[in-house]
Design a protein around this ligand. Structure first.
Ligand code: DX5
Ligand code: ZN
Length: 222
């Protein structure tokens, strides 16, 4: 099963409600919401109040990607704002186990994210506690960057590691440079949640764009 999570970073922020409704109508499985603090990454995006407003307009599953220095401090805010899954970076300042615990205690799904230079084995001890592992396929911070094909061995390692721990059900997300040509490559290596910003929101027909991305991945899924 392949899940498509359009990243609203590439959407029209002045029309977020319409963009979210458009992706729902296009059969997207979730909405990827990038939160950047200008500290963990050199860019600033949106925070809990925008998510909270959007929550009132959309019933899509909110896949919130925190690129912030101190995620633990804000888990409550993002949970209250309406996040369904909260993914944070292992490279952040927060204690990883504590942060997962905080997310879970609020009844949300938890994800851990790895920047390109971070080794897959740092997440091994958390595998049984999380719902998703995000392997970044660009340096976090900006949309529209070039896909890093050299992250594929890491995706494969994470998939093998999860399977070895009996977590065949683990969601493995890839984020950055995903389009119809890179989707088969990530799926072949075991990713099953594809984030795409520019590749989807640049298209006029969201439904066709989501369907094409899904079928490109499904054709190669393991
Ligand atoms: C980058 C963000 C991504 C970004 C992806 O730091 O985490 O979610 O929106 O954008 P594209 O799909 O355009 O590479
Ligand atoms: Zn993201």
């Amino acid at each position: 099963m392949i899940y498509i999570s359009p990243s609203i970073l590439a959407s029209d922020f002045a029309n977020l409600e319409q963009e979210a409704l458009g992706m729902k109508a296009a059969c997207a499985d979730m909405l990827h919401i990038d939160v950047m603090d200008g500290c963990f990454v050199p860019n600033i995006s949106i925070g809990p109040c925008v998510i909270s407003s959007l929550r009132k307009k959309s019933d899509l599953f909110f896949d919130v990607h925190l690129m912030i220095q101190n995620p633990l401090k804000y888990i409550g805010d993002f949970a209250n704002a309406g996040a369904d899954m909260i993914t944070f970076h292992v490279e952040s300042d927060s204690d990883v186990a504590e942060t997962i615990k905080a997310i879970k205690s609020l009844g949300k799904k938890a994800g851990i994210a790895l920047k390109p230079k971070t080794d897959a084995n740092v997440i091994e001890k958390y595998i049984n506690d999380v719902d998703m592992v995000l392997v970044m396929t660009v340096e976090p911070g900006f949309g529209g960057q070039k896909f890093m094909a050299d992250m594929m061995p890491k995706v494969k390692t994470v998939r093998d590691m999860c399977n070895a721990c009996g977590r065949e059900d683990m969601l493995i997300q890839v984020d950055g440079g995903i389009d119809n040509s890179t989707a088969p490559v990530v799926a072949e290596n075991g990713a099953n949640v594809l984030v795409a910003g520019s590749a989807l929101f640049s298209k006029n027909d969201y439904k066709e764009a989501v369907a094409q991305l899904r079928s490109a991945a499904e054709s190669a899924a393991v």
